[in-house]
Ligand binder design. Structure first.
Ligand SMILES: *Cc1c(COP(=O)(O)O)cnc(C)c1O
Length: 383
């Protein structure tokens, strides 16, 4: 039997996160044939409805058999027709990345690229939109995970809708650690993933689809240029008891257990806020530098690698000597920052205290002087 080398290692990464035992166990339940057993269709629909209710909407949720990126691609594939103008809001790696999906399906992306140390400013965006609003839809990332940037989708999406622009939001690494209210925020296509704050293993994505987004798909003059990334293929699945492809039943069992955990957790958002605040406070008091100036997500904390050491040395020491896995980052941030993932199952005081104390020892070993103990400030800030 395959035993990952990292089995004894606590993964404090910004997704995948630790997976609760009841979620792992749910994935090993006996399977029926998900194509032929109508009780599975009921289970799938009920799970989708649970997700919608946890996101404060009656819009339909569809669980797709593929990881987070499939949701983003499906949103763009399903809306984009050749020649469509699409506004791509960009202050991070995932933000900019949407332009590739738009281009791939024949759309014309207009990048609205702003400072990557601050969240998108709704007032500045409004000034831009007054002059430029001929867009079919716009994409925005809620938490741009490589830097931990949190954008205010509750202000941005209603603003876009005011100009008749459909809204596509990637909240894969924010939802359930940060508030998402689909109806209030006016989100037409919301993309989520199983392995971030939801805290199931990687492998599933889900998309929440508004009536306006469905109409845009129905009104297309050209067919959607994909099968696997085509949200319309799910149309009428419940009535027909027919999925476009065989659903990964065990993954969905696990996802349902993860959402049952979330539904039973009354303090999820406040716990993320408390832990996020305490973590940032500890970083600052210790004399380390938060990577961002503003727009801190309560799901991940990102700090700059101090000049006395390297990202690799910090990550290796944490792993080898403390059995804790943190993450570096990628693209322009590779080697520049360390990321602590405190989302979902990881957002608990015990694991985070252990992580901060281990970081104290790691920095001591690597010769990085701290102004205060990360572990101590973190714990004090929690109370
Ligand atoms: C993790 C993540 C995704 C999905 O990517 P995966 O390849 O499934 O990990 C999409 N968007 C954001 C912002 C993410 O953090």
């Amino acid at each position: 039997m395959f035993q990952p080398e990292e089995l004894k290692i606590k993964i404090m990464t910004p997704g995948p996160t630790q997976v609760a035992e009841n979620v792992r166990m749910a994935r090993s339940l006996a399977c029926t044939n998900p194509d032929l057993d109508e009780s599975f269709v009921e289970f799938y629909k009920e799970t989708c409805e649970l997700i919608s209710s946890l996101l404060y909407t009656k819009n339909e949720t569809l669980i797709l058999g593929g990881e987070g990126i499939l949701g983003l691609e499906a949103a763009c594939a399903s809306l984009t027709e050749p020649g469509d103008n699409v506004l791509v809001l960009d202050n991070g790696v995932y933000g900019k990345g949407f332009a590739d999906f738009v281009t791939m399906y024949g759309g014309v992306p207009a990048l609205y690229t702003v400072d990557d140390k601050h969240p998108i400013d709704p007032e500045a965006l409004e000034a831009y939109l007054e002059a430029h609003h001929d867009f079919k839809y716009a994409t925005v990332v809620h938490c741009d995970t490589p830097s931990g940037m949190l954008n205010d989708i509750g202000s941005i999406c209603p603003l876009l809708k005011k100009y008749g622009i459909l809204t596509v939001v990637d909240s894969v690494s924010a939802m359930f650690g940060e508030e998402v209210r689909v109806d209030d925020f006016q989100i037409d296509l919301l993309c989520g993933g199983s392995q971030k704050a939801v805290s199931a293993p990687p492998g599933l994505t889900f998309v929440v689809v508004s009536e306006a987004a469905k109409k845009a798909m129905a009104d297309r003059k050209t067919p959607i240029a994909s099968f696997y990334a085509n949200l319309k293929t799910f149309e009428g699945y419940y009535e027909a008891k027919w999925f476009p492809y065989t659903m990964p039943i065990s993954d969905i069992y696990g996802l349902r257990a993860a959402f049952d955990n979330i539904a039973a957790d009354e303090n999820m958002l406040s716990r993320h806020a408390r832990i996020g605040n305490a973590c940032r406070k500890a970083i600052v008091r210790a004399g380390l530098k938060l990577h961002l100036e503003a727009g801190f997500s309560n799901t991940v904390t990102v700090f700059d690698v101090p000049e006395e050491t390297t990202a690799k040395a910090i990550l290796d020491t944490m792993k080898k000597e403390h059995q804790i896995m943190l993450a570096g980052s990628f693209d322009a941030l590779a080697g520049q920052v360390i990321r602590i993932g405190h989302m979902g199952t990881n957002a608990n005081e015990a694991d985070m205290t252990q992580t901060m104390r281990a970081l104290d020892q790691t920095f001591a070993k690597l010769g990085v002087p701290l102004h205060a103990s990360l572990g101590q400030v973190f714990e004090e800030a929690l109370t």
